[in-house]
Design a protein. Structure first.
Length: 331
């Protein structure tokens, strides 16, 4: 069987960014249900940090990365939605996108429209599909209608800046939080109706003020420990607390009994990979994302680019909250 060489980033044990090592791996032919893809750009996401640090434990050695774009070189038996030569992009399990070339399952790989360039494709899939399932599939009782208030934490991050634009296109009044005045300004520029600097303001008090004391229908929270308690108190009766990350650390255990006095509120912990578990759902969500990006209603901001061999610095900057919008690794 023909073998191809590829640069790749791997870790041998959990820890800090210093664990990220540039190595060379060999890549073979795709098996049934698989493709071989040569990457043009690779997306960086906070889930990569969780997997590197050990918050999410995976077998070692581990090649990190959940998202990329590139050109399909070969397809295995049974793959019908892609062919050699296709432009493609994906957000997918298992990890492994921090490389030039890989063999991977085909079901979560989507043909990339010609109107979307490779860097945008690499930057938008995991974050854009996350915004899609949050705003379209993770909904409070009765759904969301134009004019409804929603609270979105980390609104100037990669998922946040996509969600702020998409929420505006849907007619929602998104209240975004961020950790600096500059990031708040960025969130407002991208469609947030209101922005709260949680490092200088009490976001719970501001949300109640903005909503006339009523609270929001849903809170979308990727921050976790630091925002959890006050977020629950931002909800209107029967509101939904949608957790989808833990950038500040995991949420502490809590008694379900507290949800009644807070307004019979709902709590859910979402993950993208449940939503894209089938080829059909992945394609439907991707089609929705591609359409809103192609229309210009959502623009994908790539604010940071790092060569693959500078991935340690990319992780340091991401963890230090120095990044805005999307970050990609270039090859």
């Amino acid at each position: 069987m023909t073998q191809y060489n590829s640069r790749a980033i791997q870790i041998d044990q959990h820890g800090g960014p210093e664990q990220l090592k540039l190595t060379h791996v060999t890549v073979g032919e795709p098996g049934a249900g698989e493709i071989r893809i040569r990457h043009k750009a690779v997306g960086l996401n906070f889930i990569d940090v969780y997997q590197r640090s050990g918050l999410y434990t995976l077998p070692m050695p581990l090649q990190l990365g959940m998202e990329a774009s590139g050109i399909v070189e070969a397809v295995g038996e049974g793959v019908t939605h892609l062919k050699a030569g296709d432009r493609a992009a994906y957000a997918s399990q298992p990890p492994g996108s921090y490389c030039e070339l890989r063999v991977m399952p085909a079901k979560c790989v989507c043909k990339l429209p010609d109107t979307i360039d490779f860097e945008t494709g690499a930057a938008m899939m995991l974050k854009g599909l996350t915004a899609q399932y949050l705003l379209k599939r993770t909904l409070p009782q009765g759904g969301l209608q134009a004019g409804d208030f929603v609270l979105f934490h980390a609104a100037a991050g990669g998922v946040g800046l996509i969600a702020t634009q998409w929420a505006k296109a849907l007619g929602l009044q998104l209240i975004g939080t961020a950790g600096s005045d500059a990031k708040c300004a960025l969130a407002k520029e991208n469609g947030a109706a209101h922005a709260i600097n949680y490092s200088t303001e009490d976001f719970q008090a501001r949300v109640k003020e903005i909503t006339g004391g009523k609270g929001v229908k849903v809170v979308y929270d990727s921050v976790g420990k630091d925002t959890w308690d006050k977020s629950l108190d931002c909800l209107a009766p029967f509101g939904l607390m949608a957790s989808f990350g833990n950038a500040s650390g995991p949420v502490a255990p809590f008694a379900p009994g507290i949800l009644g006095p807070k307004g019979s509120v709902y709590v859910t912990r979402q993950t993208l990979f449940t939503h894209i578990a089938t080829r059909e759902s992945t394609q439907a969500m991707a089609d929705d994302l591609f359409a809103v990006v192609a229309s210009g209603a959502v623009k994908i901001r790539i604010d940071q680019r790092y060569p693959l061999d500078q991935v340690q610095q990319a992780h340091r900057d991401l963890e230090a909250r120095k990044t805005t919008g999307c970050t990609i690794l270039t090859l």
